[in-house]
Design a protein around this ligand. Structure first.
Ligand code: AMP
Length: 588
């Protein structure tokens, strides 16, 4: 079919704001698209391949300007001036061609296939000389375009369609074109487990809507991620869940859907982009530690300090994105752990229609946990107190809250859906710890990985004047240079003890104990409630102490300070309250 027909449809879509009208226009066109059905849907989306294949057209605007200049004989500078005025390179091209076409004789009509194939070729061009070849392809397309075709040829090329055909509009149009309005759910179901609308349209065109029942989950093709609803309290969540549910840590990182198919591992982001190349370390763990021959696992990748077992702020992971050349090196410097929380497919079987507890069990049984691959923490709760305690533990571990998961018979994996089967509960405040604090070392944990043989993290404490004791406030493992780490055992040697110092109050048992002596300056991101630290225990909340979140050594040894001169509990309490006040002032 001629591309002009599709360009006219695109023009009509552009001229309506009514969604239903849009759906009808598209549906009518799909009915007659025949063997061009896939290319048509791709072009309606302004794409050449489904997102998960990672093929991008993305032609730079300046390339298009150059091509237009050659075709129209108008200088590049002038075209750029027009672009500034009109703001839409598609329209600029259309106008330029209107003038030119009046005296042009040679051109052949564009077909939908020809346009799609040209883009497809363009998208796959890479390496030296690729820019020139892209320009040539574009010039040929423009040379054969009528003005209205040029508008869309240009817009698709630069990735700015501007007509807003959303995925769900296409879902509805496919249902109406090859079935009826009532078939929308069936098309959506297929889309949720195979987010490839051109292929879905082709199947529906050839075999009717019923053929979509044949769409199956397969490793390598991402399933749309299940999402969580939100409620304001753990009590509300328990009520909504019928009095019992599983609570899971809500890890703060990047959602990853990991697909294993024999030796091939593919990773997708929440938006279903292929992010495999950014995480060679996760690929390795999935390949080696997932025992099943094939599987699709859902999880969250979190930057992590493997030696100290601390989660790091989420921002660390974004430093991984977009890096092409030093990925292995970055993987070593900013390691990530993938925390798995669901299993969608295992050993050739789609698990989406099994209740969550069964899926989780299968997941647990099919993964060998390792330093870089872990099963997310989970606990079945029915009492609000237990839920609160688990929530505090999650915060203490560096998570942003919890996700409650229904454990009912109907707790299926609902791809693409945001329903009350998963409910998230985050802390509703964000606090800033501005001051540094001086903390004293009272214990140490043996190191792992690069730090094995030395200390991985130190157990830090503050002083309680009222009770003359040292209470723990955090594990400290970040901020040290390699030299500083090496010097720690020597510096701490003279404080070494066989058992806990009687003035130290700790619920944790580190591998080494020290008499409070060595003082370090520490900066954290905030002070939070903690069930495992003893600083200010029970003062704010029963069975809770205070802890420093994301603590880092500033590099300053405070050898000038005696342990009794470290920051004391009262000051910590003050910082805790002042952070909170600050937030209240900002969000009254
Ligand atoms: P939000 O981004 O605030 O809507 O929260 C939902 C996101 O939390 C999911 O998309 C995941 O990326 C993330 N997440 C972290 N831990 C879990 C978990 N245990 N279960 C489900 N989602 C989780």
């Amino acid at each position: 079919m001629e591309f002009l027909e599709l360009a006219k449809v695109l023009d009509q879509i552009e001229n309506t704001t009514k969604r239903l009208e849009m759906v009808d226009i598209i549906a009518n066109f799909l009915k007659v698209a025949d063997e061009d059905i896939m290319e048509t849907v791709f072009l309606l989306q302004g794409k050449v391949a489904p997102d998960y294949e990672g093929v991008e057209l993305g032609v730079a605007e300046k390339l298009v300007v150059r091509a237009l200049a050659t075709i129209s004989g108008v200088a590049e500078g002038k075209i750029e001036g027009l672009l500034l005025k009109v703001g839409d390179l598609g329209k600029v091209g259309e106008e330029l061609l209107k003038e030119k076409k009046q005296h042009s004789l040679f051109s052949e009509n564009l077909t939908i296939k020809k346009v799609y194939n040209s883009y497809s070729k363009m998208a796959r061009e890479s390496g030296s000389g690729s820019q020139t070849r892209k320009i040539q392809i574009l010039q040929e397309l423009l040379h054969n375009s009528s003005p209205v075709e040029a508008r869309f040829v240009i817009r698709i090329a630069i990735g700015k369609m501007r007509i807003g055909v959303a995925d769900m509009t296409l879902v509805d149009a496919i249902a109406i074109a090859f079935g009826s309005k009532e078939d929308q759910d069936e098309v959506e179901r297929a889309f949720n487990i195979m987010p490839n609308l051109p292929e879905i349209a082709r199947m529906a065109y050839n075999g009717g809507i019923q053929s979509l029942a044949g769409v199956k989950v397969v490793p390598g093709v991402p399933v749309r991620s299940m999402l969580a609803e939100r409620l304001p309290s753990l009590r509300d969540i328990l009520l909504k869940m019928g009095g019992v549910c599983a609570l899971e840590y809500k890890y703060d990182g990047l959602r990853i859907q990991a697909h294993k198919d024999g030796n091939k591992v593919t990773l997708f982001s929440r938006r279903l982009e292929n992010v495999t190349s950014q995480f060679p370390d996760i690929v390795k763990e999935i390949r080696e530690k997932v025992k099943a021959e094939n599987a699709i696992l859902d999880g969250e990748a979190v930057p992590y300090n493997i030696e100290t077992e601390e989660m790091l702020p989420f921002q660390e992971i974004s430093r991984r994105r977009g890096r092409k050349f030093d990925l292995l090196e970055t993987a070593e410097k900013i390691p990530v752990v993938l925390f798995l929380f669901d299993c969608i497919y295992l050993k050739g079987e789609n698990l989406m229609n099994l209740p969550y507890p069964q899926r989780r069990l299968k997941m647990v049984n099919s993964v060998d946990e390792s330093a870089g691959l872990k099963i997310g923490k989970s606990l079945i709760v029915s009492e609000e107190d237990d839920a609160e305690r688990f929530f505090s533990l999650a915060l203490e571990a560096g998570c942003e809250g919890v996700v409650a998961k229904s454990i009912s018979d109907k707790s299926f994996y609902r791809a693409g859906a945001r329903e009350f089967v998963w409910i998230k509960y985050k802390r509703d405040y964000q606090m800033e710890m501005e001051d540094t604090v001086d903390l004293v070392v009272v214990g140490a944990f043996g190191g792992k990985g690069r730090r094995s043989g030395g200390y991985g993290a130190l157990l830090m404490a503050v002083y309680s004047k009222t009770e003359d004791k040292f209470t723990t406030i955090c594990k400290l493992g970040s901020g040290f240079t390699d030299d500083q780490l090496h010097s720690l055992p020597r510096m701490l040697q003279r404080f070494s003890l066989k058992t806990k110092d009687r003035r130290v109050d700790s619920l944790m048992t580190p591998d080494y104990w020290f008499e409070p002596g060595l003082v370090l300056e520490v900066k954290g991101s905030e002070i939070t409630l903690s069930p495992i630290h003893t600083c200010c225990r029970d003062l704010i909340k029963k069975d809770s102490g205070l802890a420093i979140r994301f603590p880092r050594f500033t590099g300053r040894w405070r050898e000038d300070k005696k342990p009794e001169e470290t920051t004391d509990e009262e000051e910590i309490l003050e910082i805790y309250h002042s952070q909170k006040k600050k937030v209240l002032a900002e969000n009254p």
